[in-house]
Design a protein around this ligand. Structure first.
Ligand code: PLP
Length: 336
C-alpha cells in the first residue's frame, strides 16, 4: 500500500544508523547458534531531542502548524523522555509548551526535567492519583487556560501514541526495512521497548504494509501484555479511521513480551543495571533503566534461553532515553 504521509516538520537526523552488535552477539550465542544482533540507533535522531518520540513529533508538529496552534500540551512522568522532546521541539519551533507531570518535584531538576526547564517549558506537577484519575480534565483545564489568553493548543496524548503519532514509526519501519535490504537481510525479529504502544504500533503496521515477514515484539515496561495488545490495536484503528485506509487489521500479529517489567514502571532490579553496564562496556551503547535497558535485559535473557536460536538476524530498536539514566546513578554502586 502506498502511504500518503500527512504534514511533517523535519526535525530528526534521518536515516539513523543500523549497526551490528558483534561483541554482544558473540557473548550471547548459544552452542546451537543464535542471531546476529543489530541495533537501529534511534537514540541518534538528534542530540537533546534524541529518541523515538522525535519521529512521532515530526508529524504532531506538522499537524499543530497546519491547525494554527501555537501551544503544545502534553503529559508524562517527571523523567518523561516524551515531555523533554516536546519541550525542546516547542522551543525550536517557537511554540509554547505546557507539561502535565506526574509526581512531586523538590530540589534541583535532573535528567529530562532539567532539559524541560532549559527549554523554557511550563511544568505543573500532580500527585499520581490525581494525574491518573483526572488526566483528561487536566488537559481541558490547560487548553482553556491558554485559550483564554488567546492561544490555540494541540493536546498530545501520553507518548504521542495515537493515530497521528503512529506515522512516526510507519516512516521508521520504511527506513528500517530499507536499511536491512541494503545490507542484504530481512530480520526475523524486531524488538523495541513498549511504554505507551505507539512505537510498536507503527513498526507492526509498517512492516505489515511493507509485506515484510519480520515479527515486531514490544518488551513492555509497564502494564501487561493484554493492555498493550489492545492499545496497539486501538492506535492502528484510529490511524485507519483518520486515513480511511482499507486494510484488515485482524490478521496483524501483535506480539508483546511482558516478562521483564520487574518491580514496576521506572523501577528496576540490579540485573537491569548490570545489562546497561554490559551494553556500555561491550558496545559503547548507552541505555536507560526505564525503557531500553529493561527491554535489552529482556532480550539478553531470551537469547540466553535460546528463544531466538533459529533466527539469523534480529534488530533491537534503540529508542533513546539516555537522560533518564542519570537520576538512577545510585543504582550503579556495583561498578565501584
Ligand atoms: C526511551 C524510550 N523508549 C521507548 C519508549 C516506548 O515507546 P512508546 O511510548 O511508543 O511505547 C519510550 C516512551 O514511552 C521512551 O521514552
Amino acid at each position: 500500500m502506498a502511504l500518503s504521509y500527512p504534514a511533517r516538520i523535519p526535525l530528526a537526523q534521518l536515516p539513523t544508523p543500523l549497526q551490528p552488535l558483534d561483541r554482544i552477539t558473540e557473548k550471547y550465542s548459544t552452542p546451537h547458534g543464535g542471531p546476529r544482533i543489530w541495533v537501529k540507533r534511534d537514540d541518534l535522531t538528534e542530540s537533546g531531542m534524541s529518541g523515538n518520540k522525535l519521529r512521532k513529533l515530526e508529524f504532531v508538529a506538522g499537524a499543530a502548524r497546519e491547525q494554527g496552534c501555537d501551544t503544545l500540551i502534553t503529559c508524562g512522568g517527571i523523567q518523561s523522555n516524551h515531555c523533554r522532546t516536546t519541550a525542546l521541539v516547542g522551543a525550536k519551533l517557537g511554540m509554547r509548551v505546557q507539561l502535565i507531570l506526574r509526581g512531586e518535584h523538590s530540589g534541583a531538576a535532573d535528567g529530562n526535567l532539567l532539559l524541560d526547564e532549559l527549554a523554557g517549558a511550563a511544568a505543573t506537577f500532580y500527585p499520581p492519583r490525581q494525574y491518573f484519575e483526572q488526566l483528561q480534565e487536566l488537559f481541558s483545564h490547560w487548553e482553556t487556560f491558554y485559550a483564554e489568553r488567546g492561544h490555540k493548543s494541540l493536546c498530545i496524548p501520553t507518548g504521542a501514541s495515537d493515530g497521528l503519532g503512529i506515522w512516526g514509526y510507519l516512516a521508521g519501519a520504511e527506513e528500517l526495512h530499507s536499511d536491512c535490504t541494503s545490507v542484504g537481510f530481512e530480520p526475523e525479529h524486531i524488538i523495541c521497548a513498549t511504554g505507551s504502544g505507539g512505537t510498536q504500533a507503527g513498526l507492526t503496521l509498517g512492516m505489515h504494509l511493507l509485506g515484510s515477514s519480520s515479527r515486531v515484539t514490544g518488551f513492555a515496561v509497564c502494564d501487561n501484555a493484554e493492555y498493550f495488545k489492545r492499545k496497539v490495536r486501538e492506535d492502528i484503528h484510529e490511524w485507519q479511521q483518520m486515513t480511511g485506509a482499507e486494510f484488515s487489521g485482524h490478521d496483524l500479529d501483535i506480539s508483546v513480551n511482558a516478562d521483564y517489567i520487574g518491580p514496576g514502571y521506572a523501577i528496576a532490579d540490579e540485573p537491569v543495571y548490570r545489562a546497561i553496564a554490559e551494553a556500555a562496556s561491550l558496545e559503547g551503547l548507552v541505555l536507560d533503566p526505564v525503557y531500553t535497558g529493561k527491554a535489552f535485559y529482556g532480550l539478553l535473557q531470551e537469547l540466553h534461553k535460546g528463544s531466538y536460536q533459529d533466527c539469523k538476524n534480529l534488530v533491537f530498536v534503540h529508542t533513546g532515553g539516555q537522560f533518564g539514566l542519570f537520576p538512577h546513578r545510585e543504582n550503579f554502586s556495583f561498578l565501584r
